[in-house]
Design a protein around this ligand. Structure first.
Ligand code: ADP
Length: 459
């Protein structure tokens, strides 16, 4: 069986069987090392007591005395000096007593078969029902010498208590096996549920909750899995939204270009209109180009590995350069600019940070009326630097502030005027600043102006 349940089943049975074998080996070794000698000595004492009784009491009917002893649970084998043998009790399974051993006892020595018999197999000598596995003592009766060999009749001695104990072990084994099967089923149930849930996620179905209420490791795994599924679902939704936003943002300039290109085909078109249409096509193409650049920049920021190549550079100089590039726009809109820049060096990626200042400055320019004011301040602290870009333009209503960094999010300023934009600028600002370990704060009052403050760690 390849299932976890099947493996558990075979492992449990395997472990139970192995432990039974090990237990048997341990007990067997213990028997050979300790019990064998003791058992031999105990039985030797009994045999000697029997011999002593026969010799001192001289029972009138030796036969009946020996039969009585056999009935008490012993196997007795008597040999007289003519080598006539007699068995009392259930016969031995194997009659393998050597003649030499018989002679030795008839000569007056003791026979320690229970102690000295070598058992070839693991079966304990305790159970091997052989004539050689006995103790032997000599005795004299009516002037004749006899050899008495004996061992307990294990079958007879196996009383109800032994059966009860044996039964107990079997019942214990069955009950523990069955309960382990039930426990295993309970343990494996949530894994089956998790597998089904993982399959659903694999099919991009991110809905549904896992019905696993446990506090153990599997419960924690289920919780993490649930969180992961929700996150994946959220990402999936965002990805689809993003694609639809991108398609939409590409679609409208393309439609404009197509429309105006059709109009341009008219050879009768007056010169002025032709120029106007060409201008629209040009500006729409620029829009598409900047959209593509911004998307590429965002994609590079989304990489798992940070795209930043940090160096130490003068931030005030970079800000001056960005302002210099946009000065013509400031002049075109007749705006005044106040600059207060401390001499500050930071460690960061200048090419990405340049995009931050460009976006903040161009937004301030875009969303401020002709003749407005822009104020740029750079102040250096011990651990961080602050860059504040303030304008006295349109401002942003409070309800928009939380979504301002979302991709493609734009505030409708149509009440004042329509401004070109993609809704990607601030999300680029936010992501670049975050990659540098900093944050962006916004303070804005609708109709009065906005301040974007970027706080960057120096290192
Ligand atoms: P875009 O400017 O291309 O629309 P941004 O991501 O740069 O996209 O900005 C998102 C929105 O935030 C803009 O549509 C605009 O409404 C608002 N915004 C950004 N900067 C300012 C600002 N300085 N003053 C007023 N509104 C602003």
């Amino acid at each position: 069986m390849r299932s976890l349940y099947g493996k558990f089943l075979s492992f449990t049975t395997g472990i139970m069987m192995t432990s039974a074998v090990i237990a048997f080996l341990v007990v067997n070794t213990y028997y050979h090392q300790q019990l064998k000698g003791q058992n031999d000595a105990k039985n030797m004492n009994i045999a000697l007591a029997m011999a002593d009784y026969i010799e001192t009491e001289e029972p009138a009917d030796l036969e009946s005395y020996l039969r009585t002893q056999a009935a008490l649970g012993y196997k007795l084998f008597i040999v007289n000096d003519n080598r006539d043998a007699h068995m009392y009790g259930v016969p031995f399974r194997k009659e393998n007593l050597r003649i030499a051993s018989v002679d030795q006892v008839l000569d007056g020595q003791l026979y320690h078969g229970m102690r000295d018999l070598k058992t070839e197999t693991f079966m304990t000598g305790f159970f091997s029902d052989e004539l050689a596995n006995t103790v032997g003592v000599p005795f004299t009766y009516n002037g004749k010498t006899y050899a008495l060999f004996m061992r307990p009749d294990i079958k007879m001695l196996f009383t109800e208590v032994h059966f009860l104990l044996g039964g107990m072990v079997v019942v214990m084994a069955i009950v523990s096996l069955l309960s382990m099967l039930i426990v295993a089923k309970k343990l494996i149930e949530p894994i089956t549920k998790l597998t089904a849930a993982a399959k659903r996620v694999g099919e991009e179905k991110f809905t549904g909750t896992l019905d696993i209420n446990r506090r153990d490791e599997i419960g924690q795994l289920a919780q993490s899995f649930q969180r992961m599924t929700e996150k994946l679902g959220e990402n999936d939704r965002m990805r689809k939204e993003f694609i639809s936003d991108v398609s939409h943002d590409f679609q409208s300039p393309l439609l404009n270009i197509k429309g105006y290109a059709n109009l341009l085909m008219d050879s009768e078109l007056p010169e002025q209109e032709r120029k106007n249409y060409a201008k629209v096509i040009q500006s729409e193409t620029e829009r598409l180009s900047s959209l593509t650049k911004q998307l590429l920049l965002l994609t590079s920021l989304d990489q798992l590995e940070s795209p930043l190549k940090p160096i130490n550079f003068r931030l005030d100089e970079q800000l001056k350069e960005v302002i210099r590039k946009q000065r013509w726009l400031l002049e075109e809109k007749q705006m005044s600019l106040v600059m207060e820049l401390d001499e500050v060096s930071i460690t960061g990626d200048p090419s990405f940070l340049e995009k931050v200042w460009e976006n903040l400055l161009s937004n301030a320019l875009k969303y401020t009326e002709m003749g407005g004011e822009i104020d740029i301040r750079l102040s250096g602290g011990i651990d961080d630097v602050k860059i504040a870009v303030r304008d006295n333009g349109a401002g942003i209503a409070t309800e928009h502030l939380s979504r301002l960094f979302d991709r493609f999010y734009r505030v409708d300023h149509s009440r004042t005027h329509e401004v070109e934009g993609t809704g990607l600028g601030l999300s680029i600002v936010d992501q670049v600043v975050k990659l540098h370990g900093g944050r962006v704060e916004i303070a804005s009052v609708e109709g009065e102006g906005t301040t974007f403050t970027v706080i960057l760690p120096k290192l």
